[in-house]
Design a protein around this ligand. Structure first.
Ligand SMILES: [Zn+2]
Length: 351
């Protein structure tokens, strides 16, 4: 089993970049995870709580333009209005809060680079933040900041795998022409946020074929998610052979989430964790971020299950015995067509 590092601070329990109606769900799952699940994980795994050290705001320049950083600072002083077209509110101190959440992810990246193992920042995974704009409750993109920091430390093969129900549009945009491997499995359908993440958005320049989107029709169940892992994600990760893995582990694809229309259960997440665990057990550091998910009791449990599964001990204690959900013949046929298109493309690219 592997050493687990959990980013832990009182601030991480209360910071949320969403409208008041969702704030409680966001912070509630982090509080629940810290109180109920960290002690349980500590019984089955060597676990260390890591207090994030605040990073310099210069680190943000790896992924964001100075004008945008200054805009967030200004709005943070004004303390009102919005940081984007309508999702992400400004409030007094939003800049400092955003810097703290990014600091937690980067602190873990620094830790894992030296010590290896599995890291988890429950208040991370801000995949909708773009180079010059906020979006979808995300201010700065910790995934991109951490990946670019690791690149600067000399790592050549870094992979980001995003299983949040929503497409990681910000990560894609910031790293579109970078050869860092980005894989996103997400819901895709009429009116579903953010509307990007189609199969043909493959990256550009040296980043071509390093941006792999697996859009699943709304209503997809465990079978669709698992077939995507088996047919594309597993072989892609094995041929890319990452030296460091960053995961956006949003659990809003779980059935019953109020913001999405996917139908996953614990079966999807445990299968994902066991795939990642095979890399982790070979010594690849794995940094997991919390991402979305708006039913605190479900999300906190799924996070614990994923961490234990990836670190290689005790995941079964977080399973409840859910039946694997099925997508139905029509939806599954759509998924198979998309996967076969992607597999051909990946073959053509020689990945
Ligand atoms: Zn989401």
């Amino acid at each position: 089993m592997l050493q687990v590092f959990i980013a832990y601070s009182e601030d991480l329990e209360r910071i949320a970049f969403m409208p008041p109606s969702l704030k409680e769900a966001w912070t509630g799952r982090i509080k629940l995870f810290y109180r109920e699940y960290v002690p349980q994980l500590g019984e089955v795994l060597p676990l260390e709580r890591v207090e994030p050290s605040t990073i310099s705001e210069e680190e943000l320049l790896r992924a964001h333009d100075k004008e945008y950083i200054d805009f967030v600072k200004r709005k943070s002083i004004e303390g009102m209005g919005l940081l984007d077209y309508g999702d992400t509110p400004a409030y007094p101190g939003v800049f400092e809060n955003a810097l703290e959440t990014i600091s937690a992810t980067l602190t873990l990246a620094q830790k894992l680079l030296v010590k290896g193992g599995v890291g988890f920042n429950p208040n991370g995974g801000f995949h909708h933040a773009r180079r010059r704009s906020a979006g979808g409750f995300c201010v700065f993109n910790d995934l991109a900041v951490a990946a670019l920091w690791l690149r600067e430390k000399g790592l050549e093969r870094i992979a980001i795998v995003d299983i949040d129900a929503h497409h990681g549009d910000g990560t894609q945009q910031i790293l579109y022409s970078s050869d860092i491997l980005k894989i996103s499995i997400h819901g895709y359908g009429y009116g579903f946020y953010p509307g990007t993440g189609w199969i043909d958005e493959l990256g550009e320049g040296v980043g071509y074929c390093r941006n792999i989107n697996i859009p699943l029709p709304l209503g997809s169940g465990d079978d669709a998610f698992i077939i995507a892992l088996r047919e594309v994600v597993e072989s892609l990760l094995s041929s890319y052979d990452p030296q460091f893995l960053i995961i956006q582990g949003g659990a809003d694809g779980h059935r019953g989430d109020p913001l999405t229309y996917l139908n996953f259960t614990e079966n999807s997440y445990i299968r994902f964790a066991s795939l990642i665990s095979r890399l982790a057990s070979r010594g690849v550091p794995v940094l997991v971020t919390g991402g979305g998910g708006y039913v605190p009791s479900t999300v906190a449990r799924i996070w614990a299950l994923m961490i234990a599964g990836i670190a290689g001990s005790g995941a079964e204690r977080f399973l409840t015995g859910d039946e694997e959900t099925e997508s139905g013949r029509v939806l599954l046929g759509i998924v198979e067509d998309r996967l076969s298109w992607l597999k051909n493309k990946i073959d053509e690219c020689g990945l």
